[in-house]
Structures are given as structure tokens and as C-alpha cells.
Ligand binder design. Structure first.
Ligand code: HEC
Length: 129
């Protein structure tokens, strides 16, 4: 986790070559707004409570059983997994929630990026406690 913090700090200091991967406050703020306004909160808590879908607080770096093409896999949640889960919810389904269906949200790739940044940053905050 220190490594992750270092990555963030260094990307803030050095600037990012790839702007789509940049974690910045504007994106986090926009992501926070979108998360509520497009209705993610209907199915996802950010407080470990299980709603219709899994809680999305503190998920980065955690181990997860998923189903892809009918097969079970153990994965470690990274930013790509989070992004992919938003863009294409049926690609890998959370084993514990396999009977529940997440509708494909209509978001631009920038919006998906903002929400992903927001979720990652949230995770980060809860680590600092
Ligand atoms: C109608 C309920 C519903 C809504 C609305 C919804 N989701 Fe989901 N989401 C789910 C369910 C159910 C799963 C688990 C099953 C699956 O992976 O498809 C899930 C899985 C996820 C995952 C993967 C989490 C993990 O631990 O594997 C992410 C990330 C996610 N959703 C983000 C979002 C975002 C961001 C939004 C808003 C744009 C959103 N969801 C809207 C129901 C929903």
C-alpha cells in the first residue's frame, strides 16, 4: 500500500504521461458526483454494507472470486478490473453476487475513468485511518 501511495505522490509530482491514468482531484470530485447522480448508490454502498451489489469501499487490492465464461477465477482487484466492471458488468461477475445483475451504465470513457479514480481514492483514504 505504501507503494501505491508513492505512485500517487510521484504521479502528482511528476505529472502523468498518460492522462487517462492520471489520478487527480478534479476526476475524483467528478467521480463522486457521478457515482450518486447516475445511481450507483442504489446498489452499492461505500460502507461495507451489502446492498443488491457488493460494497465498493476499500476494494482495490483485495482478493475476489469471479466467474468469467462460466469458470471461477481468483483475482486481485486493480483499477482495470474496476473499470471493466463498470463498462462491461457481465464480463467477470462477482461469485457472491452471481445471480444479481448490474445494468450496463451509459457513461463516456472519461466518466468511467472519473468514477474509477473516485473509488480508488476512497480505498486509499480508508487505508490511512
Ligand atoms: C441495479 C443495481 C446496480 C447498479 C445501479 C450498479 N451496479 Fe455495480 N454491480 C451490481 C452487482 C449485482 C454487481 C456484482 C455482480 C457483477 O459483477 O455483475 C456489481 C458489480 C460492480 C463492480 C465490481 C465490484 C466487485 O467487487 O467485483 C463495480 C466496480 C461496480 N459494480 C460499479 C458500479 C458503478 C460505478 C455503478 C454506477 C455507474 C454501478 N456499479 C451501478 C449492481 C449494480
Amino acid at each position: 500500500m505504501m507503494y501505491f501511495l508513492l505512485l500517487i505522490v510521484s504521479s502528482l509530482v511528476l505529472g502523468c504521461k498518460d492522462s487517462t491514468e492520471k489520478i487527480n482531484l478534479e476526476k475524483i470530485q467528478k467521480g463522486r458526483e457521478l457515482f450518486t447522480s447516475v445511481g450507483c448508490t442504489t446498489c452499492h454502498s461505500l460502507s461495507k454494507d451489502k446492498l443488491y451489489g457488493p460494497s465498493l469501499n476499500f476494494i482495490l487490492g483485495t482478493k475476489k472470486q469471479v466467474i468469467r465464461n462460466g469458470k471461477e477465477y481468483a483475482i486481485i482487484i486493480d483499477s482495470n478490473y474496476i473499470k471493466k466492471s463498470i463498462i462491461d458488468p457481465d464480463y467477470e461477475k462477482s461469485l457472491l453476487f452471481k445471480s444479481n445483475k448490474m445494468p450496463k451504465p451509459s457513461l463516456t470513457s472519461i466518466e468511467v475513468d472519473c468514477i474509477t479514480n473516485y473509488l480508488i481514492n476512497m480505498n486509499n483514504k480508508s487505508q490511512e485511518k
